[in-house]
Design a protein around this ligand. Structure first.
Ligand SMILES: Cc1cc2nc3c(=O)[nH]c(=O)nc-3n(C[C@H](O)[C@H](O)[C@H](O)COP(=O)(O)OP(=O)(O)OC[C@H]3O[C@@H](n4cnc5c(N)ncnc54)[C@H](O)[C@@H]3O)c2cc1C
Length: 378
């Protein structure tokens, strides 16, 4: 790559985990991207959407020096349990994976964002907060033009060589491109609540209890905070808390959508992360898949091959949507016969080595194409 390529002006809309990763991966390759976000700062530590960081993401962020900090701050999730009432149907040891990392670590999304911001600061780049990208329409995606609006209502017109839309599920950049976001939403609502306990709890396993119908998941947020997530509105009455509660730190409810944009780019405008695809949190893939998009895009820009981005990413996106759709259907089924069959066969299948390995492989994020610029074993 010549210095001409590095001189390209790059505007990244959105300083969530995906926009920050894109900025960092470009910065470590000599680019000076500008990154803006309409929020006040990174996601609050106590309102964490993403918790799971998979092994592929740890591989990807190694080059930028972020992985060691994530591993130091995160909880390695050593076991994944599937229960039906008090009975343990399956217990998968997530450390039984070749390579440097266990399949998944737990860390609040806000903490991950702060680590990315710190790494980016080493290159002299900081997100410009309270700065919204307001593209009405992008008439010529080969020469994108957008308006930036600050909190004080001042505006600036920017014409970057490359515009990256990492501005989340309601992406203004995607809408300005006139790109659809086809897909479907599940009927059911999901409910979540995070609890802080008086002292540390066992934060090294994740668990799904099948309630038939419905499910209750338990996930570690930190050493003394657990998340419960469920399809049942009255789920809190079903929780067996491991310790006395100090406080409920966050509650939320949401519907799950399975949507993706195709293609993921037009001209010199590229969509990454939730701006390009959204799906169920089952399997903890959303943020991880978006971080992967950002890393691939930065590498392709550095190689002068960014026009290949969409064709290279779409198969990975479709694969993850399909996998998370299957997992979500498995834990939300209502038909008694289907439930009985699942409860009989799932534990048997999970005792079978190749099935366990396949499950671990996809939880790790290793089921998408390997990043070609990483020259060490994952
Ligand atoms: C309950 C739940 C649990 C989840 N658990 C996991 C998990 O365990 N693992 C996982 O990998 N994923 C998980 N996800 C998904 C994950 O949270 C998202 O995939 C991830 O946040 C996407 O990151 P992003 O940077 O693309 O978008 P976002 O995190 O949404 O960031 C977009 C940023 O763009 C900014 N923005 C928006 N519009 C504009 C604009 N016009 N101008 C400027 N800035 C703008 C926003 O302020 C925001 O900071 C979960 C999601 C939910 C709902």
């Amino acid at each position: 790559m010549g210095d001409g390529a590095k001189a390209k002006s790059i505007l990244i809309a959105g300083a969530g985990p995906v926009g920050l990763t894109a900025a960092l991966e470009l910065a470590r390759r000599g680019f000076v991207p500008r990154i803006v976000d309409d929020g006040q700062g990174p996601a609050p530590l106590e309102e964490s959407r993403a918790l799971g960081i998979n092994a592929r993401t740890l591989t990807l962020l190694s080059a930028a020096g972020v992985t060691d900090h994530i591993v130091a701050a995160a909880q390695p999730i050593a076991h994944f349990r599937l229960r039906s009432g008090a009975k343990v149907l399956a217990n998968v040891d997530t450390r039984r994976l070749p390579g440097r990392f266990c399949a998944i670590h737990g860390l609040a999304q806000g903490a991950t964002e702060r680590l990315l911001i710190e790494a980016l600061a080493d290159y002299g780049i900081s997100p410009e907060w309270q700065t919204a990208v307001e593209p009405e329409t992008i008439a010529d995606p080969l020469k994108p033009e957008v308006t930036l609006r600050r909190l004080d209502r001042t505006t600036e017109t920017v014409r970057p060589d490359i515009l990256v839309g990492a501005d989340g599920a309601h992406s203004a950049v995607r809408k300005a491109l006139g790109a659809g976001f086809p897909g479907e939403a599940l009927e059911a609502y999901f409910y979540l609540a995070d609890f802080r306990y008086v002292k540390p709890v066992d934060a090294h396993f994740a668990e799904i209890t099948l309630c038939d119908p419905g499910m209750l998941g338990r996930l570690p947020v930190s050493a003394d905070v657990l998340r419960y997530i469920s399809t049942l509105e009255d789920f809190e009455s079903r929780i067996v808390h491991p310790e006395a509660i100090v406080e409920k730190t966050w509650v939320s409810q949401f519907r799950i959508h399975f949507r993706h944009v195709e293609p993921m780019a037009k001209g010199n405008v590229f969509l990454a992360g939730d701006a390009a695809h959204i799906h169920s949190p089952a399997g903890a893939r959303g943020m991880n898949l978006g971080i992967e998009d950002a890393c691939w895009l930065a590498w392709l820009i550095a190689e002068g091959r960014e026009q290949e981005y969409s064709a290279l990413r779409i198969p990975a996106v479709k694969q993850v949507l399909k996998q998370t759709y299957g997992l979500t259907r498995l834990v939300t089924m209502r038909n008694p016969l289907a439930i009985a069959a699942r409860n009989l066969f799932a534990p048997l299948l999970l005792r079978f080595g190749p099935v366990r390995r396949q499950l671990l492989h996809s939880i790790s994020g290793y089921d998408t194409p390997r990043p070609p610029w990483i020259d060490w074993a994952e």
